[in-house]
Design a protein around this ligand. Structure first.
Ligand code: AMP
Ligand code: MG
Length: 409
């Protein structure tokens, strides 16, 4: 049986980025750049004023001296005339600097009377000018390969006139759920049947991870049916199966993997929930992950094992959620035989994150995945955890909210 780390190290090499596609910048949010993006133009594209004020020759602006205002340069007003001798020019933020000026004096630092101004203080050369090319020069690397496209990257690309970017392709992820007891949402439930919640929960997890879920119809507990469905699922970039992966007489995933040419790497991982987790590589190098059927096991193992692999496939150079140190708010007991990924809610205490475990931790108890902030690792070999105990956790939400504003300043 593999450890969590061993299982991940076996899986990750099978999830390589898939090549690139070109997207309109506005559609590229949260995708990763497939190649470096060079700057097309100097930024800023021309010397311009950072403030509203007066364009001056600093040699002529000692404190108390007087000057005449000649002309104006405003944003969008094109290139102004050169700065006249012994004069200053009215200028506004974003406007082109006139030839001959070497600084901008902000309007708060002058007194004005008609066409005359007096300097309250002297100006230093280069003050309040945004120089052409000071942010980046044409041809320089603007954004590096692998970078995630966020609002800032979109703004920068558009500022350069760049309308499309090459990003790594989004994997399509086939989701196959198995079990004779499963019914689709909307169908009536007869005795002994349950709704196929895993298909929907997994699709949501795939989407939240940035990939495209393709949900297959429910597959009954037959090796033949499984094989047929698996053959179709293997046309996608990644295949996830749910259920039927243990060793019961009605668990056929193992046989179906074998007869479909999926080379199994492991069948079990030492983790609770989720021991019957399997992984193999199908024809064409397609990764196939057999998730356990229990709804919590399926979601927790997706989060711990599949999500980082999908992030890597999307070209994310940092595919893991960062570990966070948390303190337990209460005593807790668990079975020390396997490491456990328990679910809980976080609050922010004086000493950092504090974690309160959900009351229900069973692998079939769906409420245990409701309003979850974090998965926390309860290590094997220990049964009792005291309040205040420090543990390693991963935060499942990008924004784990807080009721107070973060800054008072
Ligand atoms: P299995 O892994 O097939 O032995 O299933 C383990 C448990 O999870 C059983 O109680 C199943 O009924 C349940 N289960 C399996 N697949 C699903 C699913 N797609 N949605 C909800 N529960 C499921
Ligand atoms: Mg089953």
């Amino acid at each position: 049986m593999k450890s969590i780390g061993e299982a991940l190290r076996s899986m990750l090499p099978a999830f390589e980025p898939l090549g690139s596609e070109s997207l309109a910048v506005d559609s590229a949010l949260d995708r990763h750049l497939a190649e470096d993006v060079p700057a097309r133009v100097d930024a800023p594209p021309f010397d311009n004023s950072a403030m509203d004020g007066y364009a001056v020759r600093t040699g002529q602006t000692t404190e108390g001296t007087k000057s005449k205002v000649v002309g104006e340069s405003r944003a969008g007003g094109g290139t102004p005339a050169p700065l006249a001798e012994d004069a200053v020019m009215r200028i506004f933020t974003g406007a082109v600097m006139p030839e001959g000026a070497d600084a901008v004096v902000i309007q708060e630092d002058v007194d004005r009377d008609g066409e005359q101004i007096w300097f309250r203080k002297g100006a230093s050369p280069r003050a309040n000018i945004r120089f052409r090319g000071s942010d980046s020069k044409a041809g320089e690397t603007l954004l590096g390969q692998g970078l995630r496209v966020g609002p800032g990257e979109i703004g920068l690309l558009v500022s350069q006139g760049i309308a499309t970017v090459d990003v790594f392709r989004q994997p399509s992820v086939a989701i196959m759920t198995t079990g004779d007891e499963l019914r689709e949402l909307g169908e009536a439930l007869d005795e002994g049947t349950i709704y196929n919640s895993n298909a929907h929960a997994l699709a949501a997890q795939v989407r939240a991870a940035g990939c495209r879920p393709v949900v297959f119809p429910i597959v009954g507990d037959s090796e033949h049916e499984l094989r047929g469905s698996l053959a179709r699922a293997l046309r996608h970039d990644v295949v996830l199966t749910s259920g039927g992966v243990s060793v019961g007489e009605h668990d056929h995933v193992r046989d179906a993997f074998e007869s479909s040419g999926v080379k199994a790497d492991f069948w079990k991982v030492a983790v609770k929930p989720g021991k019957p987790l399997s992984f193999g590589v199908g024809p064409g190098g397609r990764p196939v992950v057999g998730l356990p059927g229990n709804p919590i096991s399926s979601m927790v193992t997706f989060e711990a094992f599949v999500r980082p692999c999908l992030r890597k496939m999307l070209g994310d150079p940092r595919p893991f959620r960062p570990p966070q140190s948390v303190r337990l708010t209460h005593p807790h007991r668990h079975s020390p035989r396997r490491p456990e990924l328990a679910r809980g809610k976080l609050t922010h205490g004086p000493d950092g994150w504090e974690l309160t475990l959900h009351r229900l931790q069973g692998s079939g108890s769906l409420p245990s995945m409701v309003d979850v902030d974090a998965l926390v690792l309860l290590p094997a070999g220990e049964a009792e955890f005291e309040p205040g105990r420090r543990l390693q956790a991963i935060l499942l939400r990008d924004e784990t909210g807080h009721i107070h504003p973060p800054f008072e300043a």
